[in-house]
Design a protein around this ligand. Structure first.
Ligand code: DAT
Ligand code: MG
Length: 149
């Protein structure tokens, strides 16, 4: 089953949006299979954002991610990688559509509340980077037949 990695960034935690984010993904019908609050180490933040290491915002981004706790999550479901990106919205909250998390709650690109894996291969890498296998719980939604034909 497809899985994606989502992280509520320090601003999302400080703004008390943890419940709101989880609510949206749960209500959609995806399954939460991993969840932990953590202070992120510099090493992990740098690895996570490795693709951006040459960008001018990289250092500030890493400092921000390690500045306060985050909530790391793994969600499961058919098409969850792309669908979660839609629920999250565009990178810049000012252009993100209303109805998306960033579109509803954010005003600046450096405070866009949440991270979501951008492709299936990225998701596999990020899930493995953030979670140990034993921290992930496979379980079946009892309402499965009411979600999937
Ligand atoms: P996304 O988080 O939508 O996948 P990304 O991978 O392009 O976006 O960038 C990772 C994060 O880096 C993004 O969530 C916020 C920050 N960021 C991106 N572009 C930025 C910019 N021009 N200025 C400041 N921060 C930026
Ligand atoms: Mg990205």
């Amino acid at each position: 089953m497809e899985r994606t990695f989502l992280m509520i960034k320090p601003d999302g935690v400080q703004r008390n949006l943890v419940g709101e984010v989880i609510k949206r993904l749960e209500a959609k019908g995806f399954t939460l299979v991993g969840l932990k609050m953590m202070k992120v180490s510099r090493e992990l933040a740098e690895k996570h954002y490795d693709v951006h290491k040459e960008r001018p915002f990289f250092q500030g981004l890493v400092e921000f991610i390690i500045s306060a706790p985050v909530v790391a999550m793994v969600w499961e479901g058919d098409g969850v990688v792309a669908s979660a990106r839609k629920i999250i919205g565009a990178t810049n909250p000012l252009t993100a559509e209303p109805g998306t998390i960033r579109g509803d709650y954010g005003v600046s690109i450096g405070r866009n509340l949440i991270h979501g894996s951008d492709a299936i291969e990225t998701a596999q890498r990020e899930v493995a980077l953030w979670f140990k296998e034993e921290e992930l719980v496979s379980w079946e939604l009892a309402i499965g037949p009411w979600l999937y034909e």
